[in-house]
Design a protein around this ligand. Structure first.
Ligand code: TYD
Length: 210
């Protein structure tokens, strides 16, 4: 049986990833493919429990190192129980955030070295990388407008960090895409959801015809 493909969606807060996960999955299904949509942190029971610990911790919360370990542990469970089995049975996996979020948030934002984040990923998930990572890029004004609409009830522990943290995250994503152009497709996320998903599908064309 042919293996499926693994696509990660990345970007800062308010980049529109969750909407795009849905639209891209619909477009792939319309082509007759089996598609699993999932997200990080989360996707399995254990990883969802860790999500809750990380994003909605009571009290003082976690330092960047503990946070990186928790994300890596959640990813390990997710890869072992959901992502790898789905790829093995020929499904496409669309994952809302993956390793590059740890590199951007705990690395770029939190100050851990990229080598340390990659070591955690090697231990936790045997270094599994997506076939392609779609990086959704939006202007700060558009992301602020979307977040104001989405987070009316308040944001989570990471989303609520200061603007400088999120600027470091956005800069880190941009550096990763520059450094590994074959692994990333940069997608302009400033347009309507339909315009953006058309760009995302165009970026997947090569994998679809492979
Ligand atoms: P979520 O509500 O899914 O946010 P978004 O809609 O912006 O994706 O919350 C995920 C949060 O966790 C988000 O702020 C990014 C952060 N995160 C990390 O810091 N490291 C990681 O490895 C992952 C997967 C997420």
């Amino acid at each position: 049986m042919t293996k499926g493909k693994f696509i990660a969606l990345e970007g800062g807060e308010g980049a529109g990833k969750s909407t795009q996960a849905r639209l891209v999955a619909e477009a792939l299904r319309a082509r007759g493919l089996e598609v699993v949509i999932t997200r990080e942190p989360g996707g399995t029971q254990g990883a969802e429990a860790i999500r809750n610990l990380v994003l909605h911790a009571e009290g003082e919360g976690w330092g960047p190192r503990a946070e990186a370990l928790l994300f890596a542990a959640a990813r390990s469970d997710h890869v072992e129980k959901l992502i790898r089995p789905a790829i093995e049975r020929g499904s496409w996996v669309i994952c809302d955030r993956y390793l590059d979020s740890s590199r951007a948030y705990q690395g770029g934002g939190g100050g851990l070295s990229d080598a340390d984040i990659r070591t955690l990923h090697a231990i936790g998930s045997e270094g599994l990388l997506p076939d392609l990572t779609l990086l959704f890029e939006v202007s700060p004004e558009i992301s602020a407008t979307r977040l104001a609409r989405r987070d009316v009830d308040g944001t989570d522990r990471i989303g609520g960090r200061e603007a400088a943290y999120h600027t470091r995250v956005a800069d880190a994503f941009s550096r990763f895409a520059d450094a590994e152009p074959a692994r990333f497709a940069r997608i302009d996320g400033n347009g309507t959801p339909e315009e953006t998903s058309a760009l995302a599908m165009a970026a997947l064309e090569q994998l679809l015809s492979a």
